[in-house]
Design a binder for this molecule. Structure first.
Ligand code: AMP
Ligand code: MG
Length: 391
């Protein structure tokens, strides 16, 4: 049995970033930038009005004063207008500020009287003018290499005129759930059988990471069919096998992988839940054998598979996000492995959810965070702890 740290190190050594590709920005959500992106334009690109109103010389726009309206500047085309003291130019939000103007008076703050306006308030220089470059300077880094592209970042790239973005490679995965007891949801269930929930758990978790799931198959605990199923599935970058990696006679995965010439790099890791975790390579395919118990499958997915996938996708930060929280009750780990407690973070408090056992799917479904308790660690109620959250 090896430590989690060693397991992760070995896995990350065995997988490499996939070749980068160019994508339309509309297709890039969730991908990682494969190069640094710098601003081509300042934001705003020109001084413009923050309001519908009148462009004026602030010092000539005092409460009660009359100003002559000499033109109109809409958004979309700079009419190169010029304004002097005692004058105003009708202007709309986003329109370029005319030369000579140093402020915008809101239309709500004036009374229009034919070709004139009467100011109902004093105006300060700079009021409601959005200055060129006040948000973003030209040349400023807008998206560092290895960072994930979120909705607002696609918008920022678009604001700079980028139509395409170079991102890390796409990871393809196959899922193989093993077990004679498994039945697909929707089918009739016999006594002793259970519904296959891991296929869904893994499919959803992979998709959430940005992986393309090519196939989801179920296989009985039978050597020949397992062998065939694995052979079919290893054309992808990663194969995730659920169940059959433990020590029982019906746990056939390790033997089958070995017979297929796999290099089994890891089997059994000091982690709770998830001890029977397996990692192997068959040719270029990285094979992850996750224990069948749903909580074990999920925890090992987050600790070992997610970082591997992110590395392949070109991410810089492979860690789960961590946030501080106040523990609501006392916890002790008297097992021989680090224990990942499933719990809920709410209003800054972390409370374990449901039964903390590897089969307890309901408790997992109520959780949104994991607290790692080291071997022998005791925590008191009200202590501030760092918990991992997932995407
Ligand atoms: P195994 O790792 O195959 O020994 O399975 C451990 C436990 O997980 C057993 O109770 C299995 O019935 C359960 N299990 C295995 N595969 C799945 C699955 N796909 N969905 C839900 N539970 C499963
Ligand atoms: Mg099994």
């Amino acid at each position: 049995m090896i430590s989690e740290e060693e397991a992760l190190e070995r896995i990350l050594e065995a997988v490499q970033p996939l070749p980068a590709r160019k994508l339309s920005i509309s297709k890039s959500l969730g991908c990682f930038a494969a190069e640094d992106y710098l601003a081509r334009l300042p934001l705003p690109a020109f001084d413009n009005s923050a309001m519908d109103g009148y462009a004026v010389v602030a010092s000539s726009c005092r409460k009660g004063q009359r100003l002559r309206v000499i033109g109109e500047q809409p958004a979309g085309r700079d009419k190169q207008l010029c304004v002097s003291r005692g004058e105003a130019i009708r202007i709309f939000t986003g329109a370029p500020v005319p030369r000579g103007a140093d402020a915008i008076v809101m239309q709500e703050d004036v009374t229009r009287d034919g070709n004139e306006i009467v100011a109902n308030t004093d105006v300060e220089a700079g009021e409601f003018v959005r200055r060129r470059g006040c948000d973003l300077a030209e040349g400023q880094r807008i998206l560092p290499k290895g960072e994930r592209i979120y909705a607002a970042r696609t918008a920022l790239l678009a604001s700079q005129g980028f139509a395409e973005v170079t991102v890390g490679g796409e990871v393809n995965a196959a899922i193989l759930s093993t077990g004679d007891e498994l039945v697909d949801p929707g089918e009739k269930i016999e006594p002793g059988q259970i519904y296959d929930s891991n296929s869904l758990l893994l499919d959803a978790s992979l998709q959430r990471c940005g992986t393309v799931v090519n196939s989801v198959e179920h296989c009985r605990d039978e050597r020949e069919s397992l062998m065939k199923a694995v052979k079919r599935a290893i054309k992808t970058h990663i194969l995730i096998i659920s169940g059959g990696v433990s020590v029982g006679e019906r746990d056939l995965v390790k033997g089958v992988l070995r017979d297929l010439g796999a290099k089994i790099d890891i089997w059994r890791v000091a982690i709770k839940p998830g001890k029977p975790f397996l990692f192997a390579k068959i040719g270029e395919c990285a094979v992850f054998g996750l224990p069948g118990n749903p909580v074990s499958a999920f925890v090992t997915f987050l600790q070992f598979l997610r970082p591997a996938i992110l590395k392949m996708m070109g991410a810089t930060n492979l860690d789960l996000p961590k946030v501080p929280a106040k523990l609501t009750l006392e916890l002790t780990n008297d097992s021989d492995r680090p224990h990942y407690i499933r719990g809920k973070i709410e209003h800054g408090n972390f409370t374990p959810t449901g039964l903390q056992e590897s089969h307890a799917l309901f408790g997992l479904s109520q959780s949104n965070a994991l607290l790692r308790l080291a071997v022998g660690q005791s925590l008191k109620a009200d202590e501030i702890v760092d918990v991992q959250i997932w995407d």
